[in-house]
Design a protein around this ligand. Structure first.
Ligand SMILES: [Zn+2]
Length: 207
């Protein structure tokens, strides 16, 4: 049985820090600048990765060495709990016109699963917390802008995403509108903190 050592978010963090060091190595000869970038990466990664990987990344001398460390870490990433058609249908059981997602996904690259029904401008989202899947859906606007995504916290191409939640009083609704990445696969690769992601999903499902 594989022993998973890190989460998708921790892998994403390792990738981002590796890219920062590789960028510094490629763009400056100033050893103080490079040392500073290595130091920042070490701070970010120290509590997130096995010590050996932190050392390998923060002492890498070129991008290829960094990529090799990431290659080694990839099989140790705990995948998102694989989805079946049955699970998806159960999570959206009230949705009579549910458009099913593709289920053959790279689950080791996903913090959440999202798919769109372009006919109705609906985005469906499934996340997983403590081994349990939960689901939400909303409507996205066609207009996109550059802005901060509420899920990954990065500056990206985003669109307004609106959820509508039933209130306690009959026929009352609360709506929440937030900008999120238009490209959910890219959004996933930017997530380095899933606690913030779960907080956001919980907030927009509250009446
Ligand atoms: Zn995003």
């Amino acid at each position: 049985m594989t022993q998973y050592l890190l989460t998708v978010a921790q892998y994403n963090l390792a990738y981002q820090q590796m890219k920062k060091i590789a960028h510094a190595l490629a763009t400056t000869q100033d050893r103080h600048v490079i040392a500073a970038v290595r130091g920042l990466a070490e701070n970010e990664l120290a509590t997130q990765l096995p010590a050996r990987s932190v050392t390998q990344l923060t002492t890498m001398t070129d991008a290829a060495a960094g990529e090799a460390v990431l290659e080694e870490l990839k099989p140790l990433v705990q995948p998102f709990g694989e989805l079946t058609a049955k699970t998806v249908k159960a999570l959206f059981k009230k949705d009579k016109k549910l458009k099913m997602p593709a289920l053959a996904l790279d689950y080791q690259a996903l913090c959440y699963v999202a798919w769109d029904d372009s006919g109705s401008n609906r985005r469906y989202i499934i996340a997983e917390q403590n081994g349990t899947h939960y689901a939400l859906k909303g409507v996205y606007a066609n207009e996109t802008i550059k802005g901060i995504c509420a899920i990954c916290q990065q500056h990206q191409q985003v669109a307004l995403f609106t959820t509508k939640v039933k209130g306690k009083v009959m026929d009352t609704f609360t709506t929440h509108s937030n900008y999120i990445c238009t490209d959910a696969v890219q959004c996933n690769t930017h997530i380095t903190d899933t606690a913030r992601m779960h907080d956001f999903f919980a907030r927009i499902m509250q009446a």
